[in-house]
Design a protein around this ligand. Structure first.
Ligand code: PLP
Length: 365
């Protein structure tokens, strides 16, 4: 028995389990469990990454200036208010560390991204979970849960794993109902995939309010998950706080250089978004036609509900698909035991998933 005692809350954390990577026995494997892009990163980003290999003895630019300027130019932002991190994950952790402590509360939604409870508990604060309606975050539920102890509200928009989003006017109503000393964290990891007129990632809200932060990532549409790169657009005071606490060289040079090249290659981003729109629609149509419920997908993944019938449950489907090398993501940990989450893949993978599900749902007598 160790006598070492971690800080309060830490032993209450249920460790995060990522999407599986391997399928025993299958000869070809399609990993559709982590919402990675089937198109990969921009070739220009790969080239920039490789070029760094000759100078690995040099520390990164701790201010990440080139990357912040590339992001600022792309979105019309103030570069001083951008903070980069080792994945948006690091930025979310830092936000929790800086704005939550023992006695404080953070509000999350029922099927919200599981990183939020982890970082809230790691900071010693309490997680308040509020109900969703039709697997969609509900502004009224967030507002009803606000107490004097509330310090942070975490909202993934679109949310993972449900894939649902809430429109800009609802996000505005949420912020307007929060006290000025409550920080609204808008996690827009999938923003580039959303093609809806009533959706905004949150840039304008950050620009016009002191208590909203938006986080973004290079892991999803930019295809740089291996490099761990994300950014936050912050009110001036929040950027100042994060810059005091983050590691001085928290983002490595290969990530910074690849990130700059990826940000400048918006044609690649467009291609990925086009591919996704086409195949997310196709998968939704084909899978719904099998009699399975598919939640309305606004990002690059689908949540598929399986019937509560022997041999047809989510776990059965998971095993069935796995034997064919198709790796999906069980989301029981998200309170959705009858669902599997499917990342939109390349054409071949998408067709194989529909073929396999057709067989799974068909008469197998
Ligand atoms: C994938 C994902 C992220 C991205 O995390 P990184 O640390 O940037 O790789 C953030 N939020 C949500 C909701 C996600 O699904």
């Amino acid at each position: 028995m160790t006598s070492l005692k971690p800080q309060p809350g830490i032993m209450d954390i249920v460790p995060y389990v990522g999407g599986r990577e391997s399928a025993d026995g299958a000869t070809r494997v399609f990993k559709l469990s982590a919402n990675e892009t089937p198109l990969g990163p921009s070739p220009k980003a790969v080239q920039a990454f490789r070029a760094v290999g000759d100078n690995l003895e040099i520390y990164p630019d701790g201010s990440g200036l080139a990357l912040r300027e590339a992001i600022a130019a792309r979105f019309g932002l103030n570069a001083d208010r951008i903070v980069c991190g080792a994945g948006s994950d690091e930025l979310l952790h830092l936000l929790a560390q800086c704005y939550l402590g023992p006695g404080d509360e953070a509000i999350v939604s029922e099927h919200g991204f599981l990183v939020y409870p982890i970082i809230t508990k790691a900071a010693g604060a309490k997680v308040i979970t509020v109900a969703e309606t039709d697997f969609t975050a509900t502004v009224d539920a967030f507002l009803a849960a606000q107490t004097n102890a509330t310090r942070v509200v975490f909202l993934a928009n679109p949310n993972n794993p449900t894939g649902t989003y809430i429109p800009t006017d609802e996000v505005r109503r949420l912020r307007a109902g929060l006290r000025d000393d409550v920080l609204l964290v808008l996690d827009a990891a999938y923003a580039e995939y959303v093609r809806r007129n009533d959706y905004e990632a949150g840039i304008e809200m950050v620009a016009t309010h002191d208590n909203v932060v938006m986080t973004r990532t290079f892991s999803k549409i930019y295809g740089l998950a291996a490099l761990r790169l994300g950014w936050a657009y912050c009110p001036e005071a929040v950027a100042d706080v994060l810059n005091r606490v983050r590691g001085p060289f928290n983002v490595n040079t290969p990530a910074l250089m690849a990130g700059v090249a990826a940000m400048k290659d918006q044609a690649h981003v467009e291609r990925a978004a086009d591919h996704n729109e086409k195949w997310a629609e196709w998968l939704t149509r084909e899978i719904s036609a099998l009699g399975l419920e598919v939640l309305p997908a606004s990002a690059n993944f689908l949540s598929i509900r399986f019937p509560d019938v022997d041999g047809r449950r989510a776990a059965d489907a998971d095993n069935f698909l796995m034997k064919r090398g198709l790796i999906l993501r069980g989301v029981g940990a998200y309170g959705m035991p009858d669902f599997l989450r499917l990342s939109v893949g390349g054409e071949e993978a998408n067709r194989l998933v529909v073929e396999a599900l057709t067989e799974f749902m068909g008469d197998r007598s």
